[in-house]
Design a protein around this ligand. Sequence first.
Ligand code: GRF
Length: 205
Amino acid sequence: MKNIVILISGGGSNMAAIVRTAQAQNWAKQFNAQVSAVISNKADAKGLAFAKEHGIDTAVIDHKAFADQPQPREAFDAALMKEIDQHQPHLVVLAGFMRILTPGFVAHYEGRLINIHPSLLPAFPGLHTHERAIKAGCKFAGATVHRVTAELDHGEILAQAVVPVLPGDTADTLAARVLTQEHLIYPKAVADLLDGGFKDEVQQR
Ligand code: GRF
């Protein structure tokens, strides 16, 4: 079985979209694949309850527990890797996982680590993407699924979706519009990777 491990920090709506698509499209039969674990760095991440309800293993590795260590990031990432590797993952999917990962972590999962970022990369890497897109006067915004490299929000672009920025948009209204597209492109990008290839595609709605 190709195991998918999803990392979250919060609501987990992208994770839920992937789990629902995996069930609806029967990825077990189609790709011999399953979402085998959802791991969070926050115990109160809402998405954990959804994962449990769907019979998926969950775990919490609290990054704050490593704050006293000489190298807290490395120590946290080592603990996270240990947890992830129990599932022998084919893919590690970052879905609203709000931690910067160490180069060692990224190298360990090279070629099987992906992320979704709520902007049209390479524009607006980092935080507050929607606010920045509105301030810059962008007419379009969107989301990007990309392979993860040691550089934040870089790496090969696997899928993008575009939405208009509408007059009167706030960061929240734009984020909600982008998120509906994230829920479509992320499961599709995962399925494309499980399918063994990747169709180069720009979705525009
Ligand atoms: C999404 O907008 C994602 O692109 C960003 O964080 C948000 C997570 O939302 N990295 P959710 O936890 O999947 O609901």
